[in-house]
Design a protein around this ligand. Structure first.
Ligand SMILES: [Zn+2]
Length: 409
């Protein structure tokens, strides 16, 4: 059987595997810098070459839809550069890197090709990302107030800046593939400036989507082709886990949040008005918002756990002060054992695995879940060895299958 992996293209089903991968570093940095794009390839048949073609240009807001400009950016003044690395006979693995100078609000696309000595070729999907000082523009538009057109202006509008966008045509007018569009936003309560935020966001994203080493991140790493990752403009705010978010229109945050499927609002303040400092939360939704701390002990794990709430509608499975509602398909938290038993049967799991939600001390909540004894992201969110399990995993896989078929939400 010939299987084509979604992000790691495995070619040559009958003979030896041939793998090609590529990544840019830093993933997202809002200052002028040198960005390095590294391609790697491996095949026991012998690696002949790796090519990297880079298109670089200035990020601009590309159109008006009659009101505010689009949050999806365009590129102008594009130039192309590239590098080819030819490997010596006998080489079965190799790397090829190119350094790209990023000035203010630059959009870069890279395309990578690997060729084996057998003649087999792998072309990776093009990836576009943004770097350099953020684009900030002024716009005016007409808004109807009752029946009178009123001139409104914004002097600090920014579009979404891609961190990982599979396209070679960054534009608001090109038909975009349906993906889980995830935006990272600096909460208005974030302490320190955009540069500090920018320095924190890259590692957070890397540890969730480019981390094949730790179980909690492996599914998102393996399926990252189903996501488009963005850095949103400032102006998003969430003050407590009460589900009331605000996104400023003048900064572009409101348009950006409307364009993404899910929003991650990043906090880092050391004190909090409530009792929940350092603790994340999320809307129970099929595409919603969440609150994640980058100065929390394990922000990437926290982000993955919150994604369970905001992307799949999963409830908490830890005891005893979690949120025990579930709107996931299938649901993962139940108020009766009978309902849990029925759900377990639905996925072919023994009813004996339906247990009351409990902690190690033996405290229990009046809710039931399937517990297969393995570390579960919705239960043990701070453990890097946690993984998506049983009903929660079914809900995640369901959305990812829909996405792969072009219908994410
Ligand atoms: Zn939770």
């Amino acid at each position: 059987v010939c299987l084509l992996g979604l992000w790691l293209v495995l070619a040559g089903c009958a003979s030896q595997p041939f793998t090609v991968a590529a990544l840019h570093t830093p993933l997202s940095l809002q200052q002028s810098h040198n960005s390095t794009i590294t391609a790697s390839g491996a095949t026991i048949d012998g690696l002949e070459h790796l090519n990297i073609v880079v298109t670089k240009g200035t990020m601009v807001s590309c159109d008006f839809d009659g009101d505010l400009p689009s949050s999806i950016p365009c590129r102008v003044n594009a130039t192309t550069q590239g590098r080819s690395c030819i490997f010596a006979a006998g080489a079965t693995a190799g790397q090829c890197s190119i350094s790209v100078d990023l000035g203010p609000h630059t959009l870069v696309t890279y395309k990578v090709q690997g060729k084996a000595r057998t003649g087999r070729i792998i072309n990776l999907p093009a990836v576009t990302y943004a770097g350099g000082e953020p684009l900030v523009e002024a716009f005016c538009w007409w808004e109807w107030v009752v029946i009178v057109p009123v001139r409104e202006c914004a002097d600090s509008f920014s579009p979404l800046a891609p961190i990982w966008w599979q396209t070679d045509q960054p534009s608001s007018t090109v038909q975009r593939e349906d993906r889980i569009d995830l935006g990272y936003y600096q909460d208005t309560d974030f302490v320190a400036n955009a540069q500090v935020f920018s320095n924190m966001i890259g590692p957070l994203v890397a540890n969730v989507f480019f981390n094949s080493q730790q179980p909690f991140a492996q599914d998102y790493t393996l399926n990252r082709d189903l996501f488009t990752l963005w850095r949103g403009p400032p102006g998003g705010d969430l003050d407590a886990c009460n589900g009331s978010y605000s996104f400023n229109q003048a900064t572009g945050a409101a348009s950006a949040a409307a364009a993404t499927d899910a929003e991650v609002l990043i906090h880092n303040e050391t004190t909090d008005a409530g009792s929940s400092a350092g603790r994340g939360c999320a809307q129970l939704a099929h595409g919603g918002g969440s609150w994640v701390w980058v100065n929390h002990a394990v922000p990437p794990n926290n982000m993955v756990h919150e994604s369970g709430h905001m992307l799949y509608g999963l409830g908490d499975e830890y005891c005893c002060d979690g949120g025990y509602s579930s709107i996931s398909i299938p649901r993962n938290v139940f108020s009766t054992k009978a309902a849990c038993d029925a759900a377990a049967a639905g996925i072919g799991v023994a009813a004996s695995l339906c247990v009351q939600i409990a902690n190690a001390a033996g405290d229990t909540a009046s809710f039931w879940h399937v517990d297969d004894g393995q570390l579960d992201i919705m239960q043990s969110s701070r453990n890097v060895n946690s993984d998506w399990r049983d009903l929660g995993d079914r809900a995640r896989v369901r959305l990812m299958r829909r996405c792969a078929a072009g219908d994410c939400f």
